[in-house]
Design a protein around this ligand. Structure first.
Ligand code: MTE
Ligand code: MO
Length: 446
C-alpha cells in the first residue's frame, strides 16, 4: 500500500524492517493490527474512537450491522456554505498560553504545529499576534498611501490595488519572540507553545516596488521605507529599500487562495519574506520613503537583543535557519515500540533549506532526513525520517542547514554568542525526550 514511497526511498532507508513488521501485522488482520498498535492505550484507557468504530463490524457477514454511513443518505451539498473540519478534529486549535499576557488583545495564540501536515498552515489555525486587538476592516473604506521621498504621493483603494499585476508566493512568518520562553529554561510542554508562533501561507499581492515606482519614489536616496498599520498599536517598522528592490516584499491581500483573514490583517498586510513577524505590518495603510531608519518604538524598545556585554543589538530582523521535530514532540505519547515516522519543519530567513539532520540519541549521531518537495526560499520545508523505537529512552533533535551553509546552533553555541538574557531570535536545536513509558517531554541539553 505504501510501496510507491518505499521504492522511492533513498539508500539510507534503514528502517525497512520496521515498516515490514508493521505491515505484516496489518496483513494478519485489521483487528490484530489494531490490537497490537493500541495495546498500551487499551490497557490503560478506552480505545481511541477510530479503533472502536472500525473494530465491531470488521469481517461481520451480517449486512445490517454495516455502519450507518454505508447504508443511509449523507448530508446535502453546501449544507455549510463555508466548510469546516471534521468534528473529530475539534482538538486541533490555536491556543493561548494562560498567564503569558495580561490582556487577550495584546497577546498571542500559537499554531498547533504537532497536528499539521505539509507546509501550509490552514488559515483558521494561523498563529495570531496582536499588540492592540484585531479588526475586521471594511475594504471599501480602506486606503493605502505612499508618501515621503516620492514625486507624486498616492492613495490607493483596494479596487485599484487589485487591478495591478499580482504575484503569489509561499512564505513562512515567524514572530521574533518564537521559542523566546526557552531562553531561560524549559518553560512549556509542547511544540505548539515552543515553536507555534510560526505559520506558512501562499500570499497574493502586489510587489511594493511596483507601488513605489507608480508614486515616482526616489529609489536612490530613499534607502528605507516606513510601513504603518491602521490599528491602535501604532505599529510602524523600517524596511530597507534593498529588500523591496528585490521584488520580494509584497503588499498582500490574499492568503491561501482567499482574502486575508481579519486576524492576519484584512484587507492588506505587508509580507517581508525571511524577516521576523513584527515587520509584516497588518491593516497596512501607509508606507513612507525616507533616507534613514526610523527608530520606531518597536525597533528601539522592543525587538532588540540584550547581548552579554550589556548592549542592545538592533535591526536583527532576519530569522536565521531553524527547525523543529513536530512528531514525536512534547505532550505526545508513543503507544508501543516499533516503527515511527519522525516529521518536522525547517526554515531559513536567508533562503532555502539545504539539509536536515535528525538525531535520536541527543546529538551523538545524526542521519539525514528526506526533504519533501517543494523546497522553497524563505518558506517552511517538511522533513521526514524513519525510526524504529526500541522502547528505551531517546532524545530526538533536528538540525537544519540552509543554502548559505549556516548550520542551526546548539544551545551551548547560541548562548556563547548571545548570552542568556535575550527574548527574541532563539533558533537553537530543540530536544524532545522520549521516556520508557512512551511519554514525550521538552528537555534542554546544555
Ligand atoms: N498593525 C499591526 N501589525 C502587526 C502587529 C500588530 O499588532 N498590529 N503584530 C506584529 C507581530 S509582532 C507579528 S509576530 C505579526 C503576527 O502576524 P499574525 O497575527 O498574522 O500571525 O504581525 C505583526 N504585524
Ligand atoms: Mo511578533
Amino acid at each position: 500500500m505504501n510501496s510507491g514511497r518505499l521504492r522511492k526511498a533513498p539508500e539510507n532507508f534503514i528502517a525497512r524492517d520496521g515498516v515490514a513488521r508493521v505491515f505484516a501485522e496489518a496483513r494478519n488482520g485489521r483487528r490484530d493490527f489494531l490490537r497490537g498498535a493500541f495495546a498500551a492505550a487499551a490497557a490503560g484507557a478506552a480505545l481511541p474512537a477510530a479503533a472502536q468504530a472500525a473494530a465491531p463490524n470488521d469481517g461481520d457477514p451480517n449486512i445490517l450491522n454495516l455502519p450507518e454511513h454505508t447504508r443511509g443518505l449523507g448530508q446535502a451539498v453546501a449544507t455549510d456554505g463555508y466548510g469546516k473540519p471534521s468534528k473529530y478534529e475539534r482538538n486541533v486549535q490555536r491556543r493561548q498560553s494562560p498567564g503569558l499576557t495580561q490582556t487577550t488583545q495584546a497577546s498571542v495564540s500559537f499554531a498547533p504545529l504537532q497536528s499539521l501536515f505539509g507546509i501550509v498552515t490552514p488559515s483558521g489555525l494561523h498563529f495570531e499576534r496582536h499588540h492592540q486587538g484585531w479588526w475586521d476592516i471594511d475594504p471599501s473604506k480602506h486606503r493605502f498611501m505612499v508618501n515621503g521621498m516620492v514625486k507624486n504621493a498616492k492613495v490607493f483603494t483596494m479596487d485599484e490595488l487589485m487591478r495591478l499585476p499580482a504575484v503569489s508566493r509561499f512564505h513562512f512568518i515567524e514572530c521574533g519572540a518564537n521559542t523566546g520562553m526557552e531562553w531561560g529554561n524549559v518553560a512549556v510542554p509542547t511544540c505548539q507553545y515552543t515553536h507555534g508562533m510560526l505559520s506558512c501561507s501562499e500570499f497574493t499581492g502586489v510587489p511594493l516596488i511596483t507601488l513605489l515606482e507608480l508614486a515616482g519614489a526616489d529609489l536612490k536616496n530613499g534607502r528605507f521605507v516606513l510601513a504603518e498599520g491602521g490599528d491602535g498599536s501604532s505599529m510602524t517598522r523600517t524596511i530597507p529599500m534593498s529588500m523591496i528592490r528585490s521584488g520580494e516584499v509584497l503588499v498582500a491581500y490574499g492568503q491561501n487562495g482567499e482574502m486575508l483573514r481579519p486576524e492576519q490583517g484584512y484587507p492588506l498586510r505587508l509580507v517581508v519574506p525571511g524577516v521576523q513577524g513584527v515587520s509584516w505590518v497588518k491593516y497596512l495603510r501607509r508606507v513612507e520613503v525616507g533616507d534613514q531608519p526610523y527608530g520606531a518604538k518597536d525597533e528601539t524598545v522592543h525587538y532588540v537583543d540584550l547581548m552579554p556585554d550589556g548592549q542592545h543589538r538592533q535591526y536583527t530582523s532576519i530569522q536565521e535557519c531553524k527547525s523543529v521535530v513536530t512528531t514525536p514532540s512534547g505532550g505526545q505519547q508513543l503507544l508501543d515500540k516499533g516503527f515511527y515516522n519522525i516529521t518536522g519543519l525547517a526554515w531559513s530567513g536567508r533562503g532555502k533549506v539545504k539539509k536536515v539532520d535528525v538525531s535520536v540519541d541527543g546529538g551523538r549521531s545524526w542521519r539525514t532526513a528526506r526533504l519533501e518537495t517543494p523546497v522553497l526560499s524563505k518558506c517552511l520545508t517538511r522533513f521526514n525520517i524513519d525510526w524504529v523505537w526500541d522502547g528505551k529512552p531517546a532524545i530526538i533533535q533536528s538540525r537544519a542547514t540552509d543554502d548559505t551553509g549556516y548550520v542551526q546552533p546548539t544551545y551551548r553555541q547560541l548562548r556563547a554568542v548571545r548570552g542568556t538574557r535575550s527574548i527574541y531570535h532563539n533558533n537553537a536545536i530543540q530536544s524532545w525526550l522520549v521516556e520508557e513509558s512512551g511519554e514525550v517531554k521538552n528537555v534542554q541539553l546544555s
